[in-house]
Design a protein around this ligand. Structure first.
Ligand code: HEC
Length: 184
């Protein structure tokens, strides 16, 4: 009995050793490792990846990947609204929505891409391609009345999109470098 426990322990340690070797614990990260886990997009668009998309593609992607939890504009499933209302004060159907959403609140268009890629779909974040995330961003911005239906979103165009509430913030830390400040 004792021997069997001992053998099990040895086997477990061996498995742990293999797992450990695969994670390359203790080795310095290469630039490639760092690039793979660096998902931050700055407000001015720095670090936006290649790829592009438009609202129509984004709508299809939304239906498949997002609609199970979020309403389309004009739908009013109260449970889905509770999860996260995505369409803001200037939505194109003219409805007023005083919740803090993309159109009514978010100061930077680039944050839409950053947030959706790093956090959504909730159960499999970062699972879509960068072009898919550009398309979803285009769709969300279009339905919030911020861009036109055919506007192509990519790393050049997205940072130029001005959000309706961009001036609604006060800089809590005025000494941060200029590039992180809200642009007039
Ligand atoms: C399994 C459910 C689920 C799915 C699928 C899902 N979401 Fe979400 N989403 C959530 C939840 C829950 C929150 C609120 C998270 C929080 O407040 O921390 C949220 C929040 C958001 C927000 C922020 C809303 C705000 O203004 O605060 C956006 C934008 C968003 N989701 C977009 C998407 C997109 C785009 C997809 C599809 C690619 C998607 N979500 C798929 C559950 C989901």
């Amino acid at each position: 009995m004792y021997l069997r426990n001992l053998l099990t322990l040895v086997a477990l340690l061996a498995v742990a050793g293999v797992a450990n070797a695969q994670s390359r614990f203790g080795e310095p990260a290469t630039q490639e490792d760092i690039d793979k886990s660096f998902w931050t997009i700055f407000p001015d668009g720095e670090f936006l990846p290649d790829g592009e998309g438009v609202a129509a593609t984004g709508r299809d992607l939304f239906e498949v990947n997002c609609h199970i939890c979020h309403n389309f504009p004009g739908e009013n499933d109260p449970v889905k609204d509770e999860i996260g209302k995505l369409f803001g004060i200037k939505d194109k159907s003219g409805r007023t929505n005083l919740q803090q959403t993309i159109g009514s609140y978010w100061p930077y268009s680039t944050t839409v891409f950053d947030y959706v890629r790093r956090a959504m779909p909730l159960t499999s974040p970062m699972s879509l391609s960068n072009s898919d995330y550009y398309a979803l961003t285009a769709y969300l911005l279009y339905e919030n009345g911020v861009i036109e239906e055919d506007d192509v979103m990519n790393k050049d165009t997205l940072p130029k999109v001005e959000m309706p509430n961009k001036d609604g913030f006060i800089m809590a830390y005025p000494d941060v470098p200029e590039k992180y400040k809200a642009k007039p």
